[in-house]
Design a binder for this molecule. Structure first.
Ligand code: HEM
Length: 410
């Protein structure tokens, strides 16, 4: 099949600004076969149809999926980072997915999330109390990483003694480097080696946490996970560690970049920032519009479990599909003037940035709450903040879209 586009997920131009490429694909070849041997879906309806269709599209054979990028001789599971990826439940099909997901959804019920509001507000206010007199910050490291990291620590039950600031910084760095294995490309050997080392560091850290909770139980999620194993459910030691790293990472990396991408987008759209400053209660819809317009997770993928099709284009069993959530979010057939950033857009919450179907983000309510509180508090307390660097510094990798730094002043 002739490829009319050369779609390269590692192309620096695509990382800098993926939306023009997404628009061309969507208009000219919406179900695109790449020269790398997988499909790319870009229309809102097609992306949604694939991620909702658990009968025909799922996760498939993990090792084979990764060997697509590295070649058939690549020993996938000898790499700690890929071994971990192979075990997290976002890459499992039922019934294993159902069992592991059930344990986590219990910890993230609407009631539990709503009860976290005062604590999230307190964390936000304390961070801004420290930053306000300085008049400037790097949004990513001084604010965006710190808020969700502390929220996730609270949730898991890691206190200052167990996870002091220096360890939190190590964990943040470890997640950022280890999570590069999520993606649709082979990583260079040195980057993969670093991802592996960081994964081993995190496995050791969380194994230590669980050993301490077994000896001294507390009222926290880490203890709940230990009990789930020792009760009726069969969560093994390595499953506990895998779930904890997955939750910690999924809960902080995406949320941090939602805040960073949001402040960048407000910097580029000062009239929208002025609207938020005038009416901070708009922060709730604003965080959904940030997720639609400049999502921190731009893609996910599925494997055809049987011979299937996407809007009539045949997809053979075993073939992979890159579902470009970010392209669907900018589809003019789904959103009016999709490239316009409008914090009062009535239907922005229909975005695809939390996925859909059986893998719909378990942390969506928590992420929305953190986004709402962060944008509301920033608009109220630092109304003059401007973050619009001439050349934004995007992190590598297409899946997670976020900045490595974002200078801002007020
Ligand atoms: C802005 C923030 C976030 C974004 C954009 C986001 C996005 C997503 C997306 C797109 C998926 C589906 C992946 C797929 O279908 O392949 C997902 C799944 C998941 N998310 Fe989030 N997420 C965010 C925050 C969070 C938070 C705060 C947590 C945890 C506290 C979390 C935990 C998870 C987990 C565990 C899954 C796997 C669900 C499953 O496979 O059943 N996420 N997320």
């Amino acid at each position: 099949m002739a490829a009319r586009f050369s779609f390269d997920p590692a192309d620096p131009a695509l990382i800098t600004d993926p939306y023009p490429v997404f628009a061309s694909l969507r208009a000219q070849d919406p179900v695109h076969w790449t020269e790398h041997g997988y499909w790319v879906a870009t229309r809102y309806d097609d992306v949604r149809a694939v991620i909702m269709d658990r009968a025909r599209f799922g996760q498939g054979d993990f090792v084979r999926n990764i060997q697509l990028f590295y070649g058939p001789d690549f020993d996938v599971l000898s790499h700690p980072s890929y071994r971990w990826l192979s075990e997290i439940f976002v890459f499992q099909d039922p019934p294993r997915h159902t069992r592991l997901r059930g344990l986590v959804t219990q910890a993230l019920t609407a009631r539990r999330v709503a009860a976290m509001r005062p604590r999230i507000q307190e964390i936000c206010d304390t961070l801004i109390d420290d930053l306000e007199p300085r008049g400037h910050m790097d949004v990513i490291h001084d604010f965006a990483y710190r808020l969700p990291t502390r929220v996730m620590c609270d949730m898991l039950g890691l206190d200052d003694e167990e996870a002091p600031e220096s360890v939190l910084q190590q964990l943040n760095q470890a997640i950022a480097e280890a999570f590069l294995v999520f993606g649709m490309e082979a990583l260079p050997a040195d980057i993969l080696a670093r991802a592996d080392r960081q994964m081993v560091f995190m496995e050791d850290f969380f194994a230590g946490v669980f050993a301490r909770r077994r000896a001294h139980p507390r009222d926290d999620l880490a203890t709940d996970l230990v009990n789930a194993r020792e009760g009726n459910s069969q969560l093994s030691d390595s499953e506990m560690v895998t779930v904890a790293i997955g939750l910690f990472g999924a809960g902080f990396e995406t949320t941090a970049h939602m805040i960073g991408n949001g402040l960048l987008t407000f910097g580029r759209n000062p009239a929208e920032w002025a609207r938020l400053v005038a009416t901070p209660e708009l922060a709730r819809t604003a965080s959904d519009e940030v997720l639609r317009h400049e999502s921190s997770l731009i893609a996910t993928y599925r494997t055809a479990l049987v011979d299937a099709d996407i809007a009539g284009t045949p997809v053979a069993a075993g073939q992979r599909v890159l579902c470009l959530l970010g392209a669907g979010n900018h589809d003019p057939a789904a959103f009016d003037q999709p490239d316009r950033f409008d914090i009062e857009r009535a239907d922005s919450s229909r975005h695809l940035s939390f996925g859909g179907g059986i893998h719909f983000c378990v942390g969506a309510q928590l992420a929305r709450l953190e986004g709402e509180i962060a944008f509301e508090t920033l608009a109220r307390r630092l109304p003059g903040i401007v973050a619009n660097p001439p050349v934004p510094a995007w992190r590598p990798g297409l899946l997670f879209r976020g900045l490595t730094e974002l200078p801002a002043a007020w």
